[in-house]
Ligand binder design. Structure first.
Ligand SMILES: Cc1cc2nc3c(=O)[nH]c(=O)nc-3n(C[C@H](O)[C@H](O)[C@H](O)COP(=O)(O)OP(=O)(O)OC[C@H]3O[C@@H](n4cnc5c(N)ncnc54)[C@H](O)[C@@H]3O)c2cc1C
Length: 462
């Protein structure tokens, strides 16, 4: 038994090795390591970790089963609350959720709940254990728009209650950001995402890809002509924002979403695919969130020298600490307190550099963070051939503009009740990034779960 105040360390690919491949960085626990870590959980009576989990997994319950070596039971406990544990175990910000509330964290490191969840889910996959079968069908038809974590969770929960659920997905592959945004080296697509989508389908959920609601058909048509009695909108927030500076339309400027989609969904990094991608020699990623780290680490693996250009200081970086740490270990250069003011282009309208200005931190702004202020006369140029803008995203207005009576707010987000997902339109529910703007996988799942309950109440009480 190691130091009880510390997590059992998890094995990872060495930074130099992984910087040149797209294999998963974190290798996870084996059973001995998982059982050793599980012993650190003191099974609190008043388990705060559960309140830190947006889908309320019985965390001490599943960890107790791991302690006893009963991994199948641990999986069943998790499956009562979550359809996507292998995904959450990898990408949830546990430090600010379940692990942030762990009593062990007061004196030492919290229990490694995320890594234990991942171990259990991977064990279930490797041993072909499926989530428990749903109740028999009640014949009521519900449509779910979008197959990201919000849609998959809502669909899975409704299927478990006996509803006849069809997911409509615009892209050719299900998973939302899990397949097109988060890179392979953090979340393997065929071994992890596809398997958990299959688990949701095994509950009886139907999935139709290449259907764009708002173009191929509309919500009103689904409800009036196709016999769907309720609809859940989990269409995410996939529309990228730009800075509006000169040169932003040049060749070699990408949104992070486009860059990552080409690489993750369209497999540009693989020799056997012919998706074009900029294999830049010198790349700047503008922004400091998780998406920026993913884009930077992807460009690095494609062979570039990569700079993160961020206008505040390291303390304000919105990305998870673990992501920044991994990015630094791999050799990403951080140009902090730096803001782009112009993208410089050559005679072929291709990127040749970026004019930037140094910043300093002033008084706190409305978000509570100290406002970055330009330092006059500090302009300088970075020589580059690719710029990736990672400044955030907003919901695509296609669905709201083609659905009668669906209210949105100023940020183009669908207005929905937090407890039930109910929107301004009768029978239509919404959740995830489409409602909150860009957030997290587990919050989207929590919203999908709440909406499944809301839809069930609505259909039972009509
Ligand atoms: C690069 C990147 C990295 C991230 N990393 C993390 C992380 O590490 N941890 C974390 O917790 N969160 C992370 N996030 C955020 C997280 O992925 C999202 O908050 C989450 O996926 C939102 O889920 P969702 O189901 O609401 O939407 P999405 O995952 O965006 O799924 C929406 C789905 O709806 C489909 N759709 C859209 N419009 C239509 C339409 N009109 N008709 C039919 N289908 C439609 C889309 O194609 C998509 O498949 C990351 C995001 C990005 C972009």
């Amino acid at each position: 038994m190691g130091d009880v105040l510390k997590k059992v360390p998890v094995r990872e690919q060495a930074p130099k090795v992984r910087a040149a491949n797209f294999e998963e960085v974190c290798l996870g626990y084996n059973q001995d390591e998982a059982m050793e870590e599980a012993v650190r959980c003191i099974n609190c009576k008043n388990a705060k970790c559960i309140t830190g989990c947006p889908v309320s997994i019985n965390i001490p319950g599943f960890i107790s089963a791991v302690k006893e070596g009963n991994i199948k039971e641990a999986y069943n406990v998790i499956s009562e609350s979550s359809s996507l544990p292998a995904i959450c175990g990898r990408v949830c910000p546990q430090e600010s959720q379940c692990e942030g509330k762990c009593i062990r964290g007061i004196k030492g490191e919290p229990v490694s709940i995320g890594k234990l969840e991942r171990f259990v889910a991977d064990w279930a996959r490797d041993n072909d254990v499926k989530p428990p079968a749903p109740a028999s069908s009640n014949g009521h038809k519900v449509a779910v728009i979008g197959s990201g974590p919000a849609g998959l969770t809502c669909a899975g929960d409704l299927a478990k209650m006996g509803y006849d659920v069809t997911i409509f997905e615009a892209l050719h592959e299900p998973g939302g950001v899990l397949v097109y945004g988060i890179p392979e080296f953090r979340l393997p697509k065929s071994d992890v995402v596809a398997k958990e989508v299959e688990n949701v389908k095994s509950l009886g959920v139907k999935l139709e890809t290449n259907v764009i609601i708002g173009k191929s058909t509309t919500i009103d048509e689904l409800m009036n002509d196709e016999g769907f009695e309720a609809v859940f909108i989990g269409s995410g927030a996939g529309l990228p924002m730009f800075m509006g500076i000169p040169g932003e339309n040049a060749n070699g400027v990408f949104s992070a979403n486009e860059y990552l989609t080409r690489n993750n969904l369209m497999k540009a990094f693989r020799e056997d695919y012919d998706t074009p991608i900029a294999r830049g020699k010198k790349v700047a990623v503008v922004g400091g969130g998780n998406v920026a780290m993913d884009a930077a680490r992807t460009a690095l693996r494609l062979g570039a020298e990569v700079h993160i250009v961020y206008r505040r200081s390291e303390a304000e970086l919105p990305a998870r600490v673990e992501e920044v740490h991994h990015a630094k270990e791999e050799g990403i250069i951080f140009d902090l307190l730096t803001n782009p003011i112009e993208i410089l282009v050559d005679e072929n309208d291709a990127v040749k550099g970026m004019k930037c200005i140094r910043m300093e931190l002033g008084e706190p702004d409305a978000s509570g963070r100290r406002r970055p202020v330009e330092i006059p006369g500090s302009e300088f140029e970075l020589e580059l051939d690719t710029v990736i803008m990672s400044l955030g995203t907003s919901p695509n207005p296609l669905i709201s503009s083609t659905t009668i009576g669906l209210d949105i707010n100023k940020r183009k987000c669908i207005i929905a009740d937090e407890e039930t997902g109910k929107t301004s339109k009768d029978g239509v529910y919404a959740g995830g990034d489409a409602v909150t703007g860009a957030a997290t996988v587990i919050l989207a799942m929590g919203a999908g779960k709440a909406a499944a309950k809301g839809i069930d109440e609505f259909l039972k009480n009509r």
